[in-house]
Design a protein around this ligand. Sequence first.
Ligand code: CP
Ligand code: NVA
Length: 304
Amino acid sequence: MKKDILTLLDLEKKDFENLFDRAMKLKRNSKNRADRKVLEGKSLGIIFDKPSTRTRISFESAMLQLGGTPIFINAKETQMVRNEPVRDTARVLSRYLDAVAIRTYSQDLLNEFAAFASIPVINALTDLYHPCQVLSDLMTVIEYKGGYTDLKIAWVGDGNNVSHSWINAAAILGLNLTLACPDRYFPHPNVVENALQRKSGKIHLTSNPEEAVKDADVIYTDVWASMGQESEHKARMRVFEPFQLNDALVKLASKNVIVMHCLPAHRGEEITEEVLEGPFSVVWDQAENKLHMHKAILETLMAV
Ligand code: CP
Ligand code: NVA
């Protein structure tokens, strides 16, 4: 049966571990240009309805480095903008391609596409989740910290799509995750409730950023207004100001803290220039790891 990654809840702990191992190995091999062309003759449709730098290009490069062909599809140039149903598009593209990575607004649209597609469907970001991002983020945590158990991981800022995928990962891997968000900007209650029901991770919510980052081993932040929320930008800036990741906040963390951001970063908003470019920031390695993790994901779903 085809396997999709629509949310991290589609994966079991063993799947995470296999992806981490495989991505690390691919990273080592890529330094020697020793990739095996396991996806030769296969094609990946990359259907994006929102902007992207990292996710798009790393999926494209991942496909090419594994011997396959990426085909970028601007969703706005397809017949979907003229109301061709998602279910028809999914069935037709399944006849041309071997897998698709989709970036769109609605998780329901993605789920419907996957339900009608006969090829693997990968969530490359929706308003609700960003699962591949958090897979490569965890790979970065493992590289820097040797693992993820017994770490205090602090999320500071908006309870958005990336935070939701962190919550899912916490539920499956048993992470110790504290999220500090302004009132009204906490993660979606259904996402939190579902994670808490699994009773494996420690998930704490607070509106106090100092409490979240105190003694943290990992601090993560993301933009205050995600794609699709541009009209709320100004109002959000006022509310989120106390949640800026700056030197004063980072000083409260463990002395070996790593600072993460999925990028793009808005310097002077959710993170200061000093912190982003400072000694604790791992954001460039974090961005690189998207390539290696996407290769591991594509191999796992497509090389059969
Ligand atoms: N982190 C991330 O998903 O970046 P892009 O929006 O550039 O793909
Ligand atoms: N939360 C951000 C992530 C960008 C990679 C957004 O959805 O815009």
